[in-house]
Design a protein around this ligand. Sequence first.
Ligand SMILES: CC(C)(COP(=O)(O)OP(=O)(O)OC[C@H]1O[C@@H](n2cnc3c(N)ncnc32)[C@H](O)[C@@H]1OP(=O)(O)O)[C@@H](O)C(=O)NCCC(=O)NCCS
Length: 183
Amino acid sequence: MILSTARLDLRELTDADVPALAAILTDPVAMAAYEGAFTNEEVADWLHRQRERYARDGFGLWAVVERETGEMIGQCGITRQRIDDDEVIEVGYLFQRAHWHHGYAAEAASACRDWAFENLAIDALYAKVRSTNVASMNVAIRLGMTVRRTFISHYRGVDMPHLAFALSRGDWRARGHTAPVGS
Ligand SMILES: CC(C)(COP(=O)(O)OP(=O)(O)OC[C@H]1O[C@@H](n2cnc3c(N)ncnc32)[C@H](O)[C@@H]1OP(=O)(O)O)[C@@H](O)C(=O)NCCC(=O)NCCS
């Protein structure tokens, strides 16, 4: 187990999560910001990439499990990303559509935000959000982030305008968080 919140447990993804992962990644509505639904092969690649991240970085997108039901309802975690020429650390979140609007993304992402500042020597935590993805912007805002700049992300053959949201370590501390191990 990586993290626990009031309603959720976060742990590494495994092969057993493929059906739940596919419920997110092959849903054209959930994947609108990623230019459409993934194929099953792309789902397998996605899981493989998270495993590579766990091995290389010690973090990645983790499985989010609703404790009451034991169901894997989403993914949330920390990844290395590029914004233009900068390498940044990002909090990411993707949930099954059936579990939107319950505050789960904000709950899981807040725990991941605190994990990142407590465990990594970062000055700021980012969230890359496509300019059309209002639900994701609102999660970033709930995390205390503000928009730092705009950029274009090239993904699946498309130029996508994005916003770079971020929270600095100073602003994270000012929100009452303490004991940043990584600083
Ligand atoms: C982005 C995404 C994770 C946001 O999910 P979400 O459920 O809207 O976000 P939250 O967990 O913050 O939930 C907030 C909503 O739950 C409601 N809510 C209900 N109970 C709540 C509670 N106990 N606490 C907080 N919010 C609660 C809020 O009113 C809010 O509703 P609203 O969106 O209608 O205003 C989801 O839209 C998603 O998975 N999208 C597809 C993948 C994606 O684009 N990811 C981001 C890539 S950058």
